[in-house]
Design a protein around this ligand. Structure first.
Ligand code: CA
Length: 241
């Protein structure tokens, strides 16, 4: 799943951005403290960074320079958010190494379009984790192998990506739209029903060897979770629309 890091001290803007980026299918990490920003970038290795110009303690421009000076993270596209619209400041932002800039107040669709464009230039980091697991299901992200207990499970690449999204964030409910965008990509036309078809295949491959941990959240999507009795009929809670 592509991650966008939002470095912004204003909570209202950070919340607005998180909401919209998550709707687009991105994983979002918000950093509100400029002093931690470079460390957090190094730790999470996001695909794209949205960086506010005006931060307490350290300016966005300084953070940008620091990121560009570190070989491991310097290729990450940075979109600078700035309240200053003067030409001179824009130029300074670009000199500091930002790939793009958006002036506040910004239009959300425009910023989302910029994120998408910059996402294409995101560096391919090696998977930080080689292995992830949930209960007895374990995934080797490098070798692209899945095991359940001692059994090797053969999955199609699509089912592998679906399972990886679920296993990376157990308990989180992913809508069909988010799964579509993340697993199939933005520009491929597939119906949301396609997700159900692949989840069904995933279940039939996995469930021969153990209980069904994939939870259907009615009218919403899917999660991987502790086994729930009466899986399909779970009551709607706050997750439901
Ligand atoms: Ca700010």
């Amino acid at each position: 799943m592509n991650t966008v890091m939002v470095i912004e001290d204003e909570e209202a803007i950070a919340t607005l951005l998180s909401y919209n980026l998550e709707k687009e299918g991105y994983k979002v990490i918000v950093v509100s403290n400029g002093a931690n920003a470079v460390l957090e970038v190094d730790k999470h290795r996001p695909s794209v960074i949205i960086l506010d110009w005006m931060l307490p303690e350290i300016s966005g421009v300084e953070i940008c320079k620091l990121i560009r000076s570190k070989p491991e993270i310097k290729a990450i596209p940075i979109i600078m958010l700035t309240a200053k619209s003067q030409e001179e400041d824009k130029v300074k932002g670009l000199i500091a190494g930002a790939d793009d800039y958006v002036t506040k107040p910004f239009s959300v669709p425009e910023l989302m379009a910029r994120v998408k464009t910059n996402m294409r230039r995101a560096p391919l980091f090696e998977e930080k984790e080689k292995f992830i697991s949930f209960k007895d299901i374990s995934m080797d992200l490098v070798e692209k192998k899945v095991r359940r207990g001692d059994v090797n499970i053969h999955l199609s690449p699509t089912e592998f990506r679906l399972l990886k999204m679920l296993v990376k964030e157990p308990g989180k409910v992913f809508s069909r739209e988010v799964l579509l965008k993340s697993v199939w990509g933005e520009n491929i036309f597939v119906e949301s029903r396609t997700v159900d078809v692949h989840i069904r295949r995933l279940r039939s491959s996995l469930n021969k060897y153990g209980p069904d941990y994939i939870r259907t959240v009615r009218a919403n999507g899917y999660a991987i979770d502790e086994i729930i009795e009466n899986n399909e009929e779970k009551d709607c809670d706050s997750d439901c629309e």
